[in-house]
Design a protein around this ligand. Sequence first.
Ligand code: BG6
Length: 568
Amino acid sequence: MCGIVGYCGPRVVSQVLIEGLRRLEYRGYDSAGISIADSQQFTTVKKTGKIKELSAAVPEDIQGLSGIGHTRWATHGEVNDTNAHPHLDGSGKVVIVHNGIIENYEALKSKLKSQGKVFVSETDSEVISHLIAQYYEGDLEHAVIKVLPLLKGTYGLAVMHTSEPGKIVGARNGSPLVLGIGDHEMFIASDVTAILQYTKEAVYLNDGELVAMTKDGYKTFDINNNEISKQIEQINWEIEQIEKDGFPHFMEKEIYEQVASIKRAFTGRLSLDTASGHLGGLDMLPQELHSIERVKIIAAGTSYYASLIAAYLIERIARIPATAELSSEVRYKNPIVERNSLYFAVSQSGETADTLYAMRELQRKGAKVLGVCNVVGSTIARESNGGVYLHSGPEIAVASTKAFTSQLTIFYIFTLILARMRHMAFEDGLEFIKGLQSVPSHIEQILSKTDELQSLARKYYKHTNVLFLGRGLNYPVALEGALKLKEISYIHAEGYSAAEIKHGPIALINEETPSLFIVPDDALRDKVISNMKEVKARKGPLIAFAVEGDTEVAEIADDVFFVPRPMN
Ligand code: BG6
C-alpha cells in the first residue's frame, strides 16, 4: 500500500518527510521519494529500496518551504527510480504524489502525448501532473478542481506548484487523507502515524473533499469550490504506541499487547448489576435491539474470520440468525437488504475499500450499518450509522493480530446484550461476563509459554504445506491460523472444518503434511478426535492445541500445546 506525507512549515522539510515516510514503512513499499519546494523550484529525490537509501541521497543543505513524500508499491510500471513518486509535469512546475489507481490513464496519456507532452514514467499517476500543469492559470486549487472530474478511479493526492511555494493542495476520492494542524505548520498524510509525533489535531477528509494548506492555515472545500467547515479531531494515540518498544517486530509486540487490548475492549462495557453489556456507540434503544430479526456482518481478511465467529456466537447464544460475508463479494452482488436486519461492517483500519464500498451500497439500499473499527476517525467509523471502537491502539503490523481478539470481545458483548434481552437468565449473564473477564489472564498464560511454540515452529518450519483444522467456532480460528502462516511465513496452509477433511483434503495428508488441530473440551471434542485419527491413519504429523489436562489428545498427537481451561 502506498503512503503520502506532506509538510508546510519552518522545520527542515526533508527531515519531516523522511521521518513521516519511515513511519509509513510498515505498510510495505518498493520505492520512495520526496519533492521539496523552495521559492523557485522543486528538488526531487527518488530511490528504489529502503527509506534509509532515500535519506542518504537527499542533499543535507536542502532548504524548503513545503514538501511532499511518497512510498510506492508498484502497480503500473516496474519498480525503478523513475516510476517512484513524486511525479513532475514536463515543465517541472507541478509535482504530485498519488495513492490509488487512475483507471482511464491510458486514454488521458495518449491525448496528452498527441498534444506534445512527454512522459518519463510508466505510471498511471504521471497524467495528473501534466493535466494540472495544463489547467493552471495562477491558482492551484482551481487547476486541481478542473482536473479531478477528468480522472476515473481512486486517489489520495497532494500537489505543489512552483508559482505558489509553501502551498500544498490535497484531494481525496477512495484513498484516505488526513491533515495535521500544528503551530504555524501544517501536515498532510495518508495515515496519522506519519504525523503523530508532531501534532494530535487532525482533520479527516471525506471523498470528494479537497484541502489547500500553507504553514499558516488551511481551507477545506469541495469540487465546486464551496468551502466546507470540518471538525478538528484529537488523535488519541501516543507516539510510544507506534514504536517497537524493544520487540524485534511490530507483529510480535502487538501479539503481546492482547492482554491489555482485550481489557480495553471490555472495560466500561460490562455490568455486573444488569448482568449484561453496554455498547453506547451503537446508539440503539433496547426496543430497537429487541426487534432485530437477523444480523449480517461484512468484512475482509482477518476481520472476516472474526465476523464468522461473531455470526456463530450470535446465532448460538442469542438465537438470532446471523451470517458473515466477504465485503468484496457483497460489494458486487446487488445485495438484498431485508427488513429488521442489522448490519455490521468490521474493519481494523476502517479504510478497507471493499468493506467501505459494500457498506455504502448496503446503506443506499436502506440498511443500517454499524461499524466495528479500531482507527478512530477512519472512513468506515465516520460513515457508518453508529458503531463501536476496539481501542486496541495502533496496529502497525499489516497482518492483523490484536484487533482480531478485540473484535471478538466486542461481539461477545453484543451477543450478551441480545441474549440477555431474550432468553438468557441473570445468573448466566454473570457467568458469561466472568468468562470474558478471565480471557486476558488466559492469554497471559499462553504468552508465557512462547518458548514451547518456538520449539514447535523449529520442528515444523521446513514443511511446505500445513492444514489448520477446527470445528464450530474454531473452524474460523483455523482459517485465521492458516492465513497467518501463509502471509507471515510464506508456507502454504489451508484452514478447514475438521469434519471436511474426509471430503477431499485427506488426499493431501502424508508424512510431509502436518495438521494442526484445535481441540477444545466442548461438545464436538470427540468428533475432532475422530478426525485426528483419520489423519494419524495416513501418517500425517499431528499437532494439537488442546485444553490443559486432556491426556487423550496428548496421546494421539505428536505434539500438543495446552491452553488454559476456559470458565464455563
Ligand atoms: C489485509 C491484512 O490487507 O486487510 C489483513 O493483511 C486484514 O490482516 C485485512 O485483516 C482487512 O483489514 P481491515 O483493516 O479491514 O480489518
